[in-house]
Design a protein around this ligand. Structure first.
Ligand code: SF4
Length: 444
């Protein structure tokens, strides 16, 4: 049982969607749906559309009018019937185009979600995307609420005084519906270890802290305490020893930058490995402190995932707005883990029109060669497209090739590089990345 979506080849583009004032969504059969790349509305090749996978959802976009292609004239024009609509691309899928619309001057900034192109055809919703990750760990079908509730109750009974477990249960699993915290409650796969209340970057789209002057809010609150080594070790060792394909990961959406707590992580890794050699110890990070990363590798870190919106410094810096570190530091962190033969991934925020620009393609090739990068996790970028491009000062995105083409070219030139969406377990890192992945049959 692998997480796949039946690919039905459409003979023609799906119809554009619009929403009325009550938020009800309709198709406009006078317009074919288009996609957005950078600042431009573009036709979407019919072969790129797939059915909206389970776990996907729809958004109505206030103050925005959808752009479609007139089914008779072939001309692009606005849909005046209602507000534009976009789709949320669920985890494990990589989206190729954003929703295309015209924004009114007084339109509100959209919250921190991804806004994919979407259309309607043959009684179904379609998005331009592909499944980029086989692993089903965050497939919505795999989460049974009653099992999560009993799992969280067990954790609170097992670790009544552990502040971190209480945070993961009450805030992450039960409030934010965090897939990683829910998998922890189900005793399987990747388990989160948030450690840092502070950060040394100021990302425009930070999901744990948004400045008061911004109109949007962060979907999570930032961790408010510094966990101890004992609190970390107490629940991660049993998880590594009992969970299938176990991973424990520092660096979560509900915290700042974990490297600011490197001494605690170093001591926790050493302590964990005294109890068990099982599983993978991973860090999700902005990669800002190479020396701290070196210390973690010395302690036994197995893999790193460095988040970035670009492989170009001039696009990275206005988004991350780093304190006391440079883009070169994140490159150095990847090199160091590679030198220790650790697994290296980038958590690559995909923005059609930016990620697939020729300039970015060349920079990504350079980054892969320089760092020996092992994996690209093609992450949907959860941000208002106009707001993002405005904040980083991009008025012209330059020549683009399409996200699908970019993925093909990189794979052709670097066949050893892996594509996915999640941090791989040690069985995939040390085994055959494709074949050793038999746990698809296991569901909650
Ligand atoms: S690195 Fe993470 S925690 Fe820090 S500002 Fe960026 S998104 Fe927020």
């Amino acid at each position: 049982m692998q997480g796949t979506t039946q690919k039905i080849m459409l003979s023609e583009s799906p119809f554009l969607l619009y929403a009325d004032a009550q938020g009800q969504i309709f198709e406009d059969t006078t317009l074919f749906a288009t996609g957005r790349s950078g600042w431009d509305a573009v036709p979407v090749p019919t072969e790129d559309w797939i059915e909206l996978p389970q776990g996907g959802s729809l958004y109505t976009l206030p103050g925005r009018k959808g752009i479609g292609i007139d089914v008779l004239s072939g001309e692009m024009r606005l849909c005046e019937k209602g507000d534009a609509v976009a789709a949320f691309v669920p985890p494990a899928y990589s989206g190729f185009y954003l929703s295309a619309y015209e924004t009114a001057d007084n339109a509100p900034v959209l919250p921190l979600f991804c806004y994919s192109a979407v259309g309607w055809q043959q009684e179904k919703f379609y998005i331009p995307a592909t499944r980029i990750e086989e692993d089903i760990r965050q497939d919505s079908e795999g989460y049974k609420n009653e099992k999560i509730i009993s799992g969280t109750k067990n954790l609170l009974q097992q670790y009544p005084h552990n502040r971190l477990v209480n945070h993961l249960v009450h805030n992450c699993a039960n409030t934010y519906q965090c897939p990683a915290a829910r998998n922890f409650a189900l005793g399987r796969w990747e388990c989160p270890i948030p450690v840092s209340p502070a950060c040394n970057a100021n990302c425009v789209g930070c999901i744990s802290l948004q400045p008061d002057e911004e109109t949007i809010v962060s979907p999570q609150d930032r961790l408010a305490f510094k966990p101890t080594v004992e609190e970390i070790v107490e629940y991660t060792v049993p998880h590594l020893m009992t969970a299938p394909y176990p991973i424990v990961s520092f660096g979560q959406g509900c915290e700042g930058e974990p490297l600011l707590m490197w001494e605690t992580m170093r001591d926790a890794i050493i302590e964990i490995r005294k109890h068990t050699p099982k599983g993978s110890i991973n860090i999700n990070t902005n990669g800002s402190m190479p020396e701290a990363v070196k210390a973690l590798c010395e302690a036994g870190l197995d893999s790193i995932r460095v988040s970035t919106n670009a492989a170009r410094k001039e696009i990275y810096t206005p988004y991350y707005r780093p304190n006391n570190y440079e883009f070169e530091d994140i490159v150095e962190s990847l090199k160091i883990v590679n030198q220790y033969n650790g697994w290296t991934s980038i958590n690559y925020f995909v923005f059609p029109g930016m990620t697939d620009s020729i300039a970015e393609y060349e920079a990504l090739r350079k980054l892969i060669k320089e760092t020996g990068l092992k994996m690209i996790q093609w992450r949907s970028f959860n941000i208002d497209p106009d707001w993002y491009l405005g904040k980083i000062g991009v008025t012209d995105t330059g020549e683009c090739m399409g996200v699908k083409k970019l993925q093909q070219l990189i794979k052709e030139e670097f066949p050893q590089i892996k594509y996915g969406y999640f941090n791989p377990p040690i069985e995939r890192i040390r085994g055959s990345f494709e074949k050793d992945f038999a746990h698809h049959g296991q569901s909650a």
